[in-house]
Design a protein around this ligand. Structure first.
Ligand SMILES: *[C@@H]1O[C@H](CO)[C@@H](O)[C@H](O)[C@H]1NC(C)=O
Ligand SMILES: *[C@@H]1O[C@H](CO)[C@@H](O)[C@H](O)[C@H]1NC(C)=O
Ligand SMILES: *[C@@H]1O[C@H](CO)[C@@H](O)[C@H](O)[C@H]1NC(C)=O
Ligand SMILES: *[C@@H]1O[C@H](CO)[C@@H](O)[C@H](O)[C@H]1NC(C)=O
Ligand SMILES: *[C@@H]1O[C@H](CO)[C@@H](O)[C@H](O)[C@H]1NC(C)=O
Ligand SMILES: *[C@@H]1O[C@H](CO)[C@@H](O)[C@H](O)[C@H]1NC(C)=O
Ligand SMILES: *[C@@H]1O[C@H](CO)[C@@H](O)[C@H](O)[C@H]1NC(C)=O
Ligand SMILES: *[C@@H]1O[C@H](CO)[C@@H](O)[C@H](O)[C@H]1NC(C)=O
Length: 463
């Protein structure tokens, strides 16, 4: 055999493959019993992703061709434009792969270097929170020929026919009325993985079905499942989300009714939680297996501490107009809102001006007695809703300020006001304020700001 012939054969095979792929996009499929449909992602306008550091732009579609030609040629599904406006086709119909839960589209395009063609990989990842999401480009270096895009979308999550995602409470109250809430541990785009040995690991989510994806091919609304990678890869349900139970003392989460097992009828999993204020971003720990079928884990975390204690703990560590979420340890600083003095209207039509973390700079209430430190004031009535303070408070419902000792009210009470900070997508929404109620000498104000939005750090990458 000589090289030219081998090369020639190779080229023919590649061309034939390319031709056979040309037939159609694989966008609706049912593999491992999981029906998925990406057809909805094919849109009227092409997706445009800029890679600013290289001054390059990607135009892509999946499940169909681009609407605008690439380099003047129709039929491409992905196109790369350089800073000088030159365009290269990155591929037409992409090849679809689905291995161990990783769903990928691979595009092969024009020539990049001597014997290398452009390649674009789009990895589809289930994220129950990603409804109208946009694909994200993975950063690359100058003159690369191969690119990666991650597309987090709820469309990559399995929906069982006729079954919507169960909504599960993650709260439990003990006999004394103490509330525990594990919601912070719930994952919409990730799972927890706990290794048992080289070949086996437990895949786990809290108060939510396991998120389908790479290394997590768990079915039937499992809350926990076992990944076994010995001679061949297999998965077993260790308990279903439908049978989840949460107990308060001790704090234990149980998933029952997993796959059929020998000793007891079905696999089950219990996770025992231990409150530790200092334990953030911790992982569950495998303890052992009881009676062949009962998997046991422990989890030391601040999320397992009771709500009142967490509030108390966070207020002790707070600084003026600053506070740390005691569960996630994310710091918040609202000092930049000082000096903004928005006006809100009650249902009865009464207007109140309020300030954040400091007294109002000027207000009609100053005319009244002892009103220098008013934080909320109604100009028309000269009513003080409460005295300002900079003691920012944390509760599971959000950050808030509690202004007390306002104007006398209802005989022997004084007015007070709670200003709750609500996450808003952009700064534009910052001055949207709403008042819910002004009964019972109490005023509730919601202040919308992006300063209180929590972004979970994603530490998971599907390679
Ligand atoms: C990016 O490309 C545009 C032309 O499309 C050019 O005007 C601009 O200077 C380029 N910027 C950089 C940083 O190369
Ligand atoms: C435009 O830029 C690309 C990448 O830098 C380069 O390969 C190509 O030759 C340039 N085209 C022109 C017409 O300058
Ligand atoms: C309720 O509180 C009492 C007194 O503080 C305590 O002895 C008891 O253990 C508590 N019960 C629960 C379920 O926490
Ligand atoms: C892991 O699987 C391999 C076969 O793939 C087997 O030889 C090995 O004994 C297994 N190890 C454990 C700890 O089960
Ligand atoms: C928690 O962390 C703080 C500060 O890092 C330390 O002073 C304290 O002793 C820790 N508490 C526990 C229970 O580990
Ligand atoms: C808050 O903690 C302090 C000291 O740790 C304690 O004395 C106080 O009773 C706690 N308050 C509440 C409301 O739990
Ligand atoms: C606000 O402060 C008052 C007085 O300290 C207190 O009675 C009330 O419970 C507080 N309200 C909230 C929501 O923290
Ligand atoms: C209401 O506020 C006034 C002035 O600050 C104060 O003297 C009075 O004690 C307060 N009343 C109550 C019930 O807190």
């Amino acid at each position: 055999m000589n090289w030219p012939i081998i090369l020639w054969l190779l080229i023919i095979t590649l061309v034939e493959n390319a031709n056979s792929e040309e037939s159609s996009w694989n966008c609706r499929f049912d593999e491992s019993g999981i029906p998925l449909d990406f057809q909805k992602l094919y849109r009227d306008d092409d997706y445009i992703i800029n890679h600013e550091s290289q001054n390059e732009t990607f135009r892509i579609q999946i499940c169909g061709p681009l609407h605008k030609n690439c380099n003047g040629i129709p039929g491409y599904s992905a196109c790369l434009q350089f800073g000088n406006k030159t365009e290269k086709g990155l591929g037409r119909v992409a090849e679809h792969t689905h291995e161990d839960g990783r769903i990928m589209y691979k595009y092969t395009g024009d020539k990049c270097k001597d014997d290398v063609n452009y390649q674009l990989h789009i990895i589809m990842m289930c994220d129950y929170g990603a409804i109208d999401s946009y694909p994200e480009l993975f950063p690359y270096e100058q003159s690369y020929c191969s690119f990666f895009i991650i597309w987090r979308t709820a469309l990559a999550c399995p929906r069982y026919p006729g079954q919507s995602l169960p909504s599960i409470s993650c709260k439990v109250t003990d006999d004394n009325g103490t509330v525990y809430d594990l919601s912070d541990l719930k994952e919409l785009a990730n799972n927890y993985e706990v290794a048992i040995d080289k070949n086996r690991s437990i895949i786990l989510n809290i108060c939510h079905p396991i998120v389908y994806g790479y290394r997590s091919v768990c079915l039937d609304n499992s809350g926990a499942c076992l990944r076994i990678n010995s001679d061949k890869l297999s998965y077993k349900s260790l308990g279903s989300i439908n049978s989840m139970k949460l107990h308060a003392k001790p704090l234990v989460l149980e998933y029952e009714m997993g796959d059929v097992c020998t000793k007891i009828p079905h696999f089950r999993t219990t996770i025992t939680f231990v409150c530790d204020y200092n334990a953030t971003n911790t992982a569950p720990v495998f303890i052992g297996i009881e009676d062949v079928c009962h998997y046991k884990l422990n989890w030391r975390t601040a999320a397992a501490c009771n709500e009142k204690d967490l509030e108390n703990y966070s207020s002790k560590t707070a600084a003026p107009c600053k506070i740390t979420n005691p569960v996630t340890k994310i710091d918040y600083d609202l000092n930049s809102l000082k000096g903004k003095e928005p006006i809100v209207k009650t249902k009865a039509g009464l207007e109140y001006k309020f300030s954040i973390c400091q007294p109002l700079l000027s207000n009609a209430c100053q005319a009244s007695v002892g009103a220098k430190d008013a934080g909320v004031c109604s100009a028309s009535q000269r009513t003080i809703g409460g005295k300002a303070n900079s003691k920012l408070l944390w509760s599971v419902h959000g950050l808030y300020l509690n202004y007390t000792d306002g104007s006398p009210c209802g005989g022997n009470k004084n007015r007070s006001t709670q200003i709750t900070f609500v996450c808003a997508a952009s700064e534009v929404a910052e001055n949207m304020n709403t008042i819910d109620d002004d009964d019972l000498c109490n005023l509730y104000i919601n202040y919308h700001t992006s300063l209180v939005c929590e972004k979970k750090v994603r530490d998971f990458f599907p390679f």
